[in-house]
Design a protein around this ligand. Structure first.
Ligand code: ADP
Ligand code: MG
Length: 714
């Protein structure tokens, strides 16, 4: 088709209008090259691998009398009316009349002078778009269209649509891609043995054929499979991409083995006892079998002269803190310092209290560092850290600020790691780098998370980490009973709070989440506090929220711990880490506004003692489908892994993982839900290549991930 006939009138939601729609693409202009670069298309190979975003079916024309509202269709006809009107705003309205004499309105809200001239009465058009039932009958707003000659044959194949940017037309991109396709060979990188063993059983086509199919769908191709990306050609691409991801993750795992870290092997403090042994025997409980297993895994890693990078997954309340303490003890035994980073001040304070309780009697100096410490206290903490006098430093991200210097940092522990952003984790790593006593050493790293990742996702995203899983809760817990209660029954719930408090137990009342406004959130918390104080005058009630000064926060929490407060009104600041076993009832207001894992985390604050605990999810109807699904899941199970699976199903992997997960940024085509079955073969292929063909590994990575590997540094 001659380029001059192609007009850019793509749907505005996806592709911004071109500056000069009737312009012919200028193949060699620098401007276009800049734009290609903006899309990340700098090598010819990038163009070859710039696969269609979707396809349009221009192979059929629907008679105007057969059009259905809501269906995307293509029509052909002659322009019989043409008018620029001001109906609310300036718009171009075209009437198209087809062979049978039926008419359809094409409406343009954004258009150029050149278009007004071009779409004149008598011109023959093919227009395509979603039909809607407008005020004046059927119409298409912003159709994609082409001027055609009478009797011009319809395309026989689906038309690929590429992601692009302003000023880069589909026609230009298509031509650039076609040029690249003919001039750039795409040799098969995978060795024959691997093809025979892994690719052939999956019935995937060769790579070059797959790419060709996707850019130029052949006649009779299964259109639905192409559109839904389940066609074998797509599967081949997704496999290649997942393979690149696995290679990249596994490679960084292997590379860690080439870096050095202090081997943390204990030297007995006194004649017979290490600190680790001392701590173990001082604990008020025996470790569960799962804790013992994980402790051994961590301990063995720490004893190696390479930096550990281990993720400890364990449901809320599974007892991760004590494992952090035991790892710390091993590092301190070996003469090193340990930094424990947590996401909130409240949690830092809790940890300091608990860890000091365990370590102080053993003669270990625990300090804490948060942004809101008094200057004098902070100076002392910084001094103790730089001299090495402080052995365990607990803090919020204040730990990674410039002023903080360590004497001999051997181990970094990140609690609730899913709550930290990429930038913070990077900063901590950079900080840690220079903090050991040898210039080229790195400290060991232990990350802890209560948001378990389902197995397939873990395989895909954590291939560069070693993972330990606590799959057992400490004994003597009674499962939390979860109830959904309508706001209409709030009074009954308040009455229940009164009874529980008078029976000697404690209660959390979680205020509704107001994401848009922190001020509003604060106000709601204060209102809730005032109202509950008014109706429950016989109870001691406390209020804790994010805006409170940290000392005040700590004071409220301490009073709650000492049981001087019976009812604690709180925002989500108590979401992580707070550990008060006597609390046995939690009320969450407007539970429908919270996410699934957040609710699970909140609920994890109760059910920590031996008393039967209950969680009341107060909701205001009508509930959306997703909200109902969330609340029902939460009612049905207390199992964090089950909840994570369900969360993944409701939200899909993108949102579930969030931008925080490094591996996610590497995938353009593979969908971890739909294509999960490809991960395992990709992983096998990765192992094979890494052991037998390291030269192919490098080529494969440049082909698929050029410029993207830095996402892995997190
Ligand atoms: P999380 O995994 O959510 O961080 P914590 O470390 O806060 O859990 O532990 C929850 C509670 O369980 C704490 O009060 C802790 O002291 C207690 N705990 C941990 N391990 C055991 C155990 N083996 N037996 C009894 N209680 C334990
Ligand atoms: Mg914890």
């Amino acid at each position: 088709m001659p380029a001059s006939k192609i007009l850019l009138s793509e749907p505005l939601t996806e592709i911004p209008p071109a500056v000069t729609p009737a312009d012919q693409p200028k193949p060699n202009s620098g401007r276009q090259a800049d734009k290609l670069a903006k899309l990340g298309l700098t090598r010819k190979l990038d163009l070859v691998l710039h696969l269609p975003l979707r396809y349009e079916d221009e192979t059929t024309v629907t008679a105007i009398c057969d059009l259905l509202a809501g269906v995307t269709s293509q029509v052909e006809g002659v322009i019989t009316h043409h008018e620029v009107t001001y109906r609310g705003r300036r718009q171009l309205c075209i009437t198209l009349t087809d062979e049978k004499g039926d008419t359809l309105v094409l409406r343009f809200l954004n258009f150029y002078g050149s278009q007004v001239k071009q779409l004149a009465v008598g011109v023959r058009l093919r227009a395509r778009g979603e039909v809607r039932d407008g005020f004046f009958g059927m119409e298409i707003v912003h159709p994609a269209y082409r001027l055609v000659a009478q009797g011009e044959p319809l395309p026989q194949a689906l038309t690929p649509i590429y992601s692009t940017c302003a000023g880069l037309s589909q026609a230009y991109l298509r031509r650039a891609i076609d040029n690249a396709l003919t001039s750039t060979p795409l040799p098969e990188l995978l060795p024959d043995a691997l093809n025979a063993e892994i690719i052939a059983p999956l019935q995937l086509p060769p790579l070059a054929a797959a790419v060709r199919t996707l850019h130029h769908p052949p006649l009779g191709v299964e259109a639905d499979a192409l559109l839904e990306r389940t066609h074998p050609a797509w599967l081949r691409i997704k496999f290649e991409e997942l393979l690149a991801q696995q290679l990249s993750l596994k490679q960084s795992h292997l590379q860690r083995r080439t870096r050095l870290a202090p081997a943390l092997i204990g030297c007995a403090q006194s004649a017979a006892h290490t600190l680790l042994e001392g701590l173990l025997s001082a604990l008020p409980f025996a470790l569960t079998a799962a804790q013992q297993r994980v402790q051994k895994e961590i301990s063995a890693d720490l004893a190696l002269p390479h930096p550990m990078q281990r993720l400890l997954q364990g449901d809320v309340g599974s007892g991760k803190t004590v494992l952090a303490a035991l790892a710390a003890a091993q590092a301190i035994d070996a003469g090193y310092q340990v930094a424990l980073m947590v996401p909130t001040e409240l949690l830092a304070e809790q940890h300091v209290r608990k860890l000091q309780g365990w370590f102080a009697p053993l003669g270990i100096n625990v300090v804490w560092l948060t942004a809101s410490l008094k200057a004098k206290v902070k100076r002392a903490a910084l001094a103790a850290t730089v001299t090495g006098q402080a052995q365990l430093i607990v803090g919020t991200h204040a730990i990674i600020q410039d002023k903080v210097e360590f004497a001999r940092l051997g181990l970094v522990i990140i609690d609730e790691q899913h709550r930290f952003g990429v930038a913070q984790r990077l900063a901590l790593r950079a900080k840690a780098q220079g903090a050991t006593d040898q210039a080229n050493w790195q400290p060991h790293q232990l990350m802890m998370s209560a948001t378990p990742i389902p197995r397939t996702l873990a395989m895909s995203y954590y291939a560069d980490l070693d993972v330990s899983t606590l799959d057992e809760l400490p004994p003597g817990r009674t499962p939390v009973l979860t109830k959904l209660v309508s706001q209409a029954r709030r009074d009954e719930v308040i009455e229940r709070v009164r009874q529980v408090a008078l029976a000697g137990r404690q209660i959390y009342w979680v205020c509704p989440l107001i994401e848009e406004s922190e001020t509003l959130q604060l106000q709601t918390a204060e209102d809730t506090f005032a109202k509950l104080s008014a109706v429950l005058p016989e109870l001691q009630i406390g209020l804790v929220h994010g805006r409170l000064k940290s000392a005040d926060k700590a004071e409220v929490m301490a009073a709650f711990t000492r049981h001087e407060i019976q009812l604690l009104v709180a925002t989500t600041v108590i979401e992580v880490g707070v550990d008060i076993p006597n609390a046995s009832l939690m009320v969450i207001e407007h539970a429908e506004r919270f996410g699934l894992s957040q609710l699970h985390q909140l609920r994890g604050r109760i059910g920590r003692g031996s008393a039967a605990s209950a969680c009341v999810l107060l909701y205001a109807g009508p509930l959306s489908y997703a909200a109902r699904a969330r609340l029902n899941t939460l009612r049905a199970t207390n199992d964090g892994f089950e909840i994570a699976r369900s969360d993944l199903e409701i939200r899909g992997p993108g949102e579930f993982l969030g931008a925080r997960q490094s591996g996610a940024a590497m995938l353009r085509f593979a969908d971890l839900q739909q294509d999960a079955w490809l991960i395992e073969p990709a992983q096998r292929a990765a192992d094979y290549l890494l052991s037998k063909h390291p030269e192919i590994v490098a080529q494969h990575l440049t082909r698929w991930l050029a410029g993207r590997e830095n996402y892995l540094e997190v």
